[in-house]
Design a protein around this ligand. Sequence first.
Ligand SMILES: [Zn+2]
Ligand SMILES: [Zn+2]
Length: 157
Amino acid sequence: MIIHIARIPVGGEYIEGVEPLDALDLVRPDVVLPKEYNYRLYVCAIEHEVVVTGKIWLDVEFACCRCACRFGKRLEINDFDSQAEFGDRTESIDLTVDIRDVILLAFPNYPNCKDDCKGLCPQCGKNLNVGKCRCKPPVLTGEWDDLDRLKIKIKRS
Ligand SMILES: [Zn+2]
Ligand SMILES: [Zn+2]
């Protein structure tokens, strides 16, 4: 997003609209990105500094990291804040890198379709959000037995 300094009115102005996401060059093969992102920003120039603050949002389709279902989620950046100093000959400010960075930071590391997603059964793979499966909890063997015996010993002593 390019801000032309000469066009910023005294006292600043609100700008809003959509911009193509392609320009940001985001590489996220794990999600379905929208074509555009939305913005509502306040732009002002104070002496030799352009200050841009406001909100950026986009609707992304994720795969749940517990149950693998696809779900849509809005990423909202409500506190976008960018400051850039400019010289006498500077005509414009490019916000592309700043916007790219805040959008990348807004991505959740472990996206969940819902907070209480039950995930898939590790044994049969059934989606436990849909219903219970018939698998029994795995039987403890080996190291865990030793650990259990140790616990018993500790309790006794
Ligand atoms: Zn899920
Ligand atoms: Zn199961």
